[in-house]
Write a protein that binds this ligand. Structure first.
Ligand code: PLP
Ligand code: COI
Length: 357
């Protein structure tokens, strides 16, 4: 893929950038450039370019605006203490983007081109990659959308893939305090044969009312159950879940209708490496309530790229409150093991890092 580059003539000035990087928040600030490549059935992927970051001009009939044919990814670039910059398992994001693409009837993008686009944005906007202090990073948001001007309902014949980037600090403003969760028993995120395993905007749109209910009940995230029986725990609005038992064994809900997280997958490897038995299986909401009551469940944590690893506190629902688990010890140990690899403080024994700079 040949990428043309047009540099931004008015990049953010150094002192404003320093202010932003001192406290980036999440998803509030965007770098000086963006990557774009387009697809048509006749030409395939073409016209790859880096241009100054800025608004898009879309015809009001552009199909993504009407039918939501869109997918996205989330990954981070980490700066190590020696100044080098690394992506964490970008090939996994590329593979998941393509599995989402297949489900949403969008064209696949070659894995190498996906990674090259992410690397190019990191290179051109290197000054936006924060230092490693405070575990800050540059969040990359690759996304693909239907950009044909057409109101019929069929897969789009014009598709646009872009990468934008945003410096990131903590996702939850409370920091590492356990997050309280709201269990929705009314709304589902995914159904059998649906798009739950794909990273597509519609899943997040479907989660927002329940997410608002979570906020209204003083909770930071919402827990979704399976849509058939309302009995099995699936995941949070934007994170996967883990349950730790007193005997050291660990359970995470099985896949199928959940988004298979790359953090989730990495933690299976890390926890097994620490000698823990990890099982992927269906997990009943009653096991959660009873496990806390009996003391068999000693820790619960949630994980994802944006929020890393976060201890879970209490779980609230219309039926009442299930108190927080007793401990966060293993959660913090697993969290450290993961971020130490990401920030180059521990050996990368699994070959998870791709050096960009
Ligand atoms: N589940 C959902 C619904 C998500 O949005 C995310 C975030 O990407 C995850 C799980 C965790 O996935 P990953 O670890 O790949 O970021
Ligand atoms: C991520 O962790 O990358 C996510 O996509 C979660 C949320 C910001 C949508």
């Amino acid at each position: 893929m040949d990428i043309s580059t047009t540099l931004n003539p008015t990049p953010v000035d150094d002192s404003t950038l320093a202010e932003i990087l001192a406290d980036p928040g999440f998803g509030d600030h965007f770098t000086d450039h963006m990557f774009t490549v387009e697809w048509t059935p006749e030409k395939g992927w073409h016209d790859a370019r880096i241009t100054p970051y800025g608004p898009l001009t879309l015809d009001p009939a552009t199909s993504v605006l009407h039918y939501g044919q869109e997918i996205f990814e989330g990954m981070k670039a980490y700066r190590h203490d020696d100044g080098s910059v690394h992506l964490f398992r970008p090939e996994k994001n590329a593979q998941r983007m393509n599995s989402s693409a297949r489900r949403l009837a969008l064209p696949e993008i070659p894995e190498a081109d996906f990674i090259a686009a992410c690397e190019e944005i990191v290179k051109v906007d290197e000054r936006w990659v924060p230092g490693s202090e405070g575990e800050k990073s540059l969040y990359l948001r690759p996304f693909m959308m239907a950009t044909e001007k057409f109101l019929g309902v069929r897969p789009s014949r014009h598709v646009t893939f872009m990468v934008i980037a945003s410096p990131a600090g903590a996702y939850f403003k409370e920091g590492l305090k356990p997050v309280d969760l709201w269990l929705t028993e009314e709304y589902s995120r995914a159904g059998r044969g649906g798009t739950g395993a794909a990273k597509t905007g519609g899943n997040y749109a479907a989660s927002l009312l329940a997410q608002q209910e979570a906020y209204d009940n003083g909770c930071a995230q919402v827990v979704f159950l399976d849509s058939v029986e309302g009995r099995y725990v699936e995941e949070l609005g934007g994170m996967n879940l883990y349950f730790v038992y007193a005997d050291g064994s660990i359970v995470t809900p099985a896949t199928g209708t959940i988004l298979e997280g790359i953090t989730r997958d990495s933690i299976i490897t890390i926890a097994r490496g620490l000698g823990h038995e990890v099982t992927e299986r269906r997990f009943e909401i009653d096991e959660w309530r009873k496990g806390i009551e009996s003391g068999d469940i000693v820790e619960i944590f949630a994980c994802g790229t944006a929020a890393v690893v976060s201890p879970v506190g209490s779980m609230k629902s219309a039926q009442g409150v299930t108190p927080a688990p007793a401990s966060t010890e293993l959660t913090m140990k697993i969290r450290s093991a993961l971020v130490d690899v990401q920030f180059g403080r521990a050996e990368d024994t699994q070959g998870w890092l791709t050096k960009v700079l």
